[in-house]
Design a binder for this molecule. Structure first.
Ligand SMILES: NC(=O)c1ccc[n+]([C@@H]2O[C@H](COP(=O)([O-])OP(=O)(O)OC[C@H]3O[C@@H](n4cnc5c(N)ncnc54)[C@H](O)[C@@H]3O)[C@@H](O)[C@H]2O)c1
Length: 361
């Protein structure tokens, strides 16, 4: 049976919060099944097994890779484990979705790209889980920009004002050494989306940020949590577009978790993610002419975290697998989004503008 018609058989590596979000979405999609899961943590495995009838479970993902007949692997383990797990998966030739951030450093992203080349298989899809681009209001804004509503884009501002990081298994997300730092771990999503609006490559970054409010008293194995909880990041692009990220992780009192504004020569466009609204304000029509739309989720989207984006991400990936087309979200996209985050952390540490060429050698 060809891959076009057969059921895609999935194996999940890491069945924590995000692994289970993937499972819930895959269960809602026809012509695919989750046949195996692997996790080193017994309670994470047990929670995943509750979701899927007859799934086979493994404590060691390498055993799963050799024991099960699989088509697609989802890697949803902590950030600092991605490179090693991805290297093992790439050896198998299976299609793979690796969660964001691709890796915790640009250097590791480069190693992953090198490994993909060494193990290259025609038609194999390698996908990075930067799914914010599929959120309905963001996708609508990207369409508007693509169709020219904005004219020439000049400024892209993304605000994330939200609650603190959730608790994770073994508290891996409380340390920069495991996550890559907040501006890599969380904000790679926004730098990915910013680049799509800018339609250009980032050249320099200036950032100011700190850990001021959250996790200050949290100590694990004698070490205090060191993750940043607020920042402003300014990104300059090759084509002259300016981007800005405004992050606060102690802003539960915010109506929209994320807001995006794109201003160009003809219009200002806005996406209010939580309210699922888009605003289009043509310069010619002034403030009185701003139009506001509610953006419907496409039919079938699974409700829950990430506003349906994970579901759409899987549909898009399956489309690429079945049609033999390229990944929408490549390892290079993964690297570029990590590079801006890494440059921002360097900028904060050294209080200076950092060139992207300093982090991508
Ligand atoms: N795309 C998104 O919007 C999004 C959202 C949240 C998390 N994530 C990413 O998903 C990944 C997982 O995050 P999470 O929130 O699910 O964390 P989590 O702590 O809830 O789950 C991680 C799981 O991986 C397991 N694990 C660790 N090492 C393993 C190994 N070698 N083999 C198998 N399992 C292993 C842990 O036991 C745990 O159950 C991270 O990379 C994170 O950045 C992405």
């Amino acid at each position: 049976m060809s891959i076009v018609s057969k059921e895609l058989r999935y194996g999940i590596i890491g069945s924590g919060m995000m692994g289970r979000e993937h499972i819930r979405n895959l269960l809602a999609i026809d012509n695919c099944e989750v046949v195996a899961i692997s996790d080193t943590h017994v309670p994470s495995r047990a929670k995943a097994v509750e979701l899927i009838n007859g799934v086979t479970q493994f404590s060691d993902y390498r055993e799963m890779l050799s024991a099960q007949e699989l088509d697609v692997i989802v890697i949803a383990t902590p950030n600092h484990t991605h490179l090693n797990v991805l290297n093992d998966v790439l050896e198998t030739g299976l299609h793979v979705l690796v969660e964001k951030p691709l890796c915790t450093t640009v250097k590791d992203c480069q190693l992953a790209i090198e490994r993909e080349k060494q193990t290259h298989r025609d038609g194999r899809v390698v996908w990075v889980g930067l799914e914010y681009r599929y959120m309905a209001p963001t996708a609508r804004l990207l369409n508007e920009v693509g169709s020219g509503t904005c004219g020439n884009v000049q400024m892209v501002a993304i605000r994330e004002h939200r609650f603190p990081f959730l608790e994770k298994i073994d508290n891996w997300n409380r340390f920069n050494s495991n996550t890559g730092g907040t501006l890599v771990e969380k904000c790679c999503h926004f730098f990915d989306v910013m680049g799509l609006f800018a339609q250009s490559q980032a050249v320099s970054v200036y950032a100011s940020g700190n850990q001021d409010v959250n996790h200050l008293d949290e100590i694990y194995d004698g070490k205090r949590s060191d993750i940043l909880d607020n920042a402003f990041v300014i990104v300059e692009y090759q084509n002259g577009v300016r981007g800005m990220l405004d992050l606060s992780m102690f802003a539960e009192g915010s109506k929209n978790e994320q807001e995006i504004s794109v201003v160009g020569s003809s219009a200002k466009l806005e996406a209010l993610i939580t309210e699922s609204k888009v605003r289009v304000g043509l310069r010619a029509n002034g403030a009185a002419g701003v139009e506001e739309f509610f953006v419907e989720q496409p039919l079938g989207v699974v409700a829950g975290f990430h506003a349906g984006a994970s579901y759409l991400e899987h549909l898009a990936m399956q489309c690429a697998i079945r049609n033999g087309t390229k990944s929408d979200v490549t390892l290079l996209d993964g690297l570029n989004s990590v590079a801006i985050g890494q440059a921002a952390h360097l900028s904060i540490a050294q209080r200076r503008v950092v060139q992207i060429s300093e982090v991508i050698s």
